[in-house]
Ligand binder design. Sequence first.
Ligand SMILES: [Fe+2]
Length: 381
Amino acid sequence: MSSVKVTPLSTNSKLNPKFGAIVTGADLNNLSDVEFRLIQEAIYIHKVIIVKGQHNLDPVNQFNFVHRLDPGAKEVHGFETEDVTEETTGVLGPRFHTIPGSKGVTVVGQGYQGDDHYGLKGITVRSTTHVDAHIEPLSPEELENQQTRFGAFHFDGVIYGSYPSRVTTLRCVRAPKGPDLTVRWDDGSGRSMRVKPGLTAFLDSAQLYNLLTDEERTLADHSQWEPAPQPYVWTGTRKIRNCGLGMAPGGQTVSLDQLPTWTAEKVYKFPMVWVNPITGVKSFQILPDVVRRLYMKSGPQGEERVVDDGEEIRLWLNDILDRICIPETILVPEYEEGDVVMFNNWEVLHSSIDYPTSYGPRTMHQCHIPSSTFPVGPVSV
Ligand SMILES: [Fe+2]
């Protein structure tokens, strides 16, 4: 008998978003096949799960768990592909710290990680913050005053030359300590949200699909989007809106001939809608900041229209994204030191939330690997 128990977060009536679950009774260092299947299913059904009490999880076992979810994939972290170099990392931020002997678990968070963190000696982690990404970042004073923003909602993966990672796992090793924060939208709406420091925010792309009109849904089912080559460099001086989702006006992308070397066969055309392989649920899944082209088709018989005007793409996408970027739909599940957050990277978008440096360092052990298969759309296009 397995002691693994999955409790949906929706049983907590105070929470609005209807996704996410808590998993108890698991030991990720030592999972039977039955327990593994239960957790795998929970990720695909509940989209985001918090596996409680994994204080002693060995990083290599975290990696092996992620690989067990996609045994056909290469044993490498999602950002450690041949296509990620100092030259191409762009807005993904500084180089990653991989835990020695873990096969590909990286340390993300903020601040000094101590003299020896799992064999990493004296490292200081600096992950990308909203200050790097937003059109009008908060001032250091506002941030110290417990005001904050979502960073940039995204899914994980290099996507140029590798397929988006299926599942991301994040173990909270050290959480920052301090009073709750106010996440501000600063988009004229006056929206805000209270959160505990050091957490991660999630949006449900399946809910976004359901927020489309019938006509838009048919179009999305038959359409595709294409990221730019070397997407994280290409995005150039453009910035994200203050709410953390969708591009702000202005800024310049890097012209294709100025990018680090690239080849056309590594630039994939993604379906606009991705189908959950276990539940069949459809998600409107796009990485807004790197889209260079849309291939729009209104239905099976429709003529394909290629849109490569950046402003047209931006406005069309923002109109859709605005429907979901509201406090009622954003899930910020609480987790504690020792918990592992796992999410279906093909069905949610996620974002870090900045916190004042005076709250101390944040340490997360993060692992995702490039998928062995391409996301599947609802129809072949
Ligand atoms: Fe991420």
